[in-house]
Design a protein around this ligand. Structure first.
Ligand code: NAD
Length: 330
C-alpha cells in the first residue's frame, strides 16, 4: 500500500504516520511507502518502509507529493478555524483551492491509467451549527456558522463529486474537536479545549474563555487515529453517493472535562482561570454540542472512550514529550 499524508507534519498527520510506522497495516495490507507533504518539510520518521518527506504548497503540489501508484491519500492540509476566520483569503486558498489541487492530482493519476486512490478527508464538526441545544442525526444539514466550516462543507461536496466521477474513492470524516492536543496552544478557536486539560497537567495556569456549562463534541487522538485508519481501509461501497460520516465522539461540558482532570490529577483544575472571550465564543458557540452517529457504528467506526480515559491517554501518550518540547523538564 502506497500512502500519502498531505499536512503530514501536523498533529494528526504525524500521529497517523507514527501509527503506520509502528503498528500499521491498514486493512491487513502492508505499507510499501509513505509520503509526508507539508508547507515545511516534515521531520524524518523511522519506519520499516521508505518514507519521503516533502515541502510545498497544497495549492500547487509537486507531482512527487501524490505519485503514480498512490493507494491512499490522507488529506489533512488545512488552515484551521480561527485562522480561516481571521484571514479569509488564506482559508479559501488552502481549504478550497488546495482541495481542488488534490482532485486535479487524482484525476491525472486516473487519466494515466492508475486506480482511483482512497482519499480520507478531515472535515469538521464546524461544518454544522445548532449550538448547545443540538443533537444532530446523520442526515442533519451542514449549515456552517464560520468560513472554516463553510470551506470544509464545500470541500466535502467537491470530493464527493470527484468520487462520483471516478477520480478518487472519497471518505470524509467530520471530526469532533480532538483533545488533548499535545504541544502548545494553536490558532484553532478550539485550542482552549485542550489547553484547560494540558496546561494544568504541565503545572501551568490557563484561561477558559467560555462558561463551565458549555458543552462540545469531542474525541481523543487515539479514537481519531483509529477512525482515520479505518476510513483508509474500509469497504466504501455502502457509502453510495453520501461520502460524509459523523464519527462517534463524546459530548461533554467544560465542567465534566475539569472533573475528569481532577480524577486524573487531583486539584489540577484550580489552575484554570475564567476569562470570558466573546471572539472565541462567537466561533465555537454555534458548533453542535452532540450528535447521534448511527451510520458510523454500522460502518465499523469504534465507540469512544470516557472523558477520564481520554485524559489518561494524554498522560500516557503525550505528557512527557510535551514537557520536553516546552522545556519543562528539570
Ligand atoms: N484537530 C482537530 O481538533 C480537528 C477537528 C476537526 C477537523 N480537523 C481537521 O483535521 C486536519 C488535521 O488537523 P490537525 O489538528 O492535524 O491540524 P494541523 O494544523 O496540526 O495540521 C494541518 C497541517 O496542514 C499544513 N498546511 C497548512 N497550509 C498548507 C499548505 N498551503 N500547503 C501544505 N500544507 C499546509 C500545516 O502546515 C499543518 O502541518 C485538518 O484538515 C483540520 O481542519 C482537525
Amino acid at each position: 500500500m502506497n500512502i500519502v499524508i498531505l499536512g503530514g507534519g501536523g498533529f494528526l498527520g504525524r500521529r497517523i504516520a507514527r501509527h503506520l510506522a509502528t503498528t500499521g497495516t491498514p486493512g491487513g495490507r502492508a505499507v510499501e511507502s509513505l509520503t509526508l507533504f507539508d508547507l515545511h518539510e516534515p521531520a524524518p520518521l523511522d519506519a520499516p518502509f521508505p518514507v519521503v518527506c516533502l515541502a510545498g504548497d497544497i495549492v500547487s503540489p509537486p507531482e512527487a507529493a501524490i505519485p503514480p501508484g498512490t493507494d491512499v491519500i490522507f488529506h489533512f492540509a488545512a488552515v484551521v478555524s480561527a485562522q480561516a476566520e481571521a484571514d479569509y483569503e488564506l482559508g479559501r486558498r488552502v481549504n478550497l483551492r488546495g482541495t481542488d489541487a488534490v482532485v486535479d492530482a487524482c484525476r491525472r493519476l486516473v487519466t494515466a491509467g492508475g486506480k482511483p486512490p482512497r482519499v480520507v478527508f478531515t472535515s469538521s464538526v464546524a461544518s454544522f451549527s445548532g449550538g448547545q441545544s443540538a443533537n444532530l442525526a446523520d442526515d442533519a444539514r451542514q449549515i456552517p456558522a464560520n468560513s472554516y466550516g463553510a470551506q470544509k462543507a464545500a470541500a466535502e461536496l467537491i470530493l464527493a463529486d470527484a468520487c462520483r466521477r471516478g477520480f478518487m474513492d472519497t471518505v470524509s470524516l467530520r471530526l469532533p474537536t480532538v483533545i488533548v492536543r499535545p504541544g502548545r496552544p494553536n490558532k484553532a478557536a478550539s485550542s482552549f479545549f485542550s489547553a484547560i486539560v494540558r496546561e494544568p497537567l504541565l503545572g501551568l495556569e490557563t484561561e477558559l474563555p467560555v462558561a463551565d456549562s458549555f458543552a462540545a463534541w469531542f474525541c481523543g487522538p487515539r479514537a481519531a487515529a483509529d477512525w482515520l485508519l479505518h476510513a483508509a481501509a474500509m469497504d466504501s461501497s455502502p457509502l453510495g453517493l453520501d461520502r460524509g460520516i459523523n464519527p462517534p465522539g463524546i459530548s461533554a461540558t467544560i465542567g465534566e472535562l475539569l472533573a475528569g482532570l481532577d480524577v486524573v490529577s487531583p486539584g489540577a483544575s484550580a489552575l484554570v482561570k475564567r476569562v470570558p472571550d466573546p471572539s472565541v465564543e462567537a466561533i465555537v458557540g454555534p458548533w453542535p454540542a452532540c450528535f447521534t452517529p448511527v451510520r458510523a457504528h454500522a460502518l465499523g467506526f469504534r465507540r469512544h472512550e470516557t472523558v477520564v480515559e481520554l485524559i489518561r491517554a494524554f498522560v500516557e501518550d503525550d505528557l512527557e514529550a510535551t514537557k520536553r518540547d516546552r522545556g519543562l523538564v528539570n
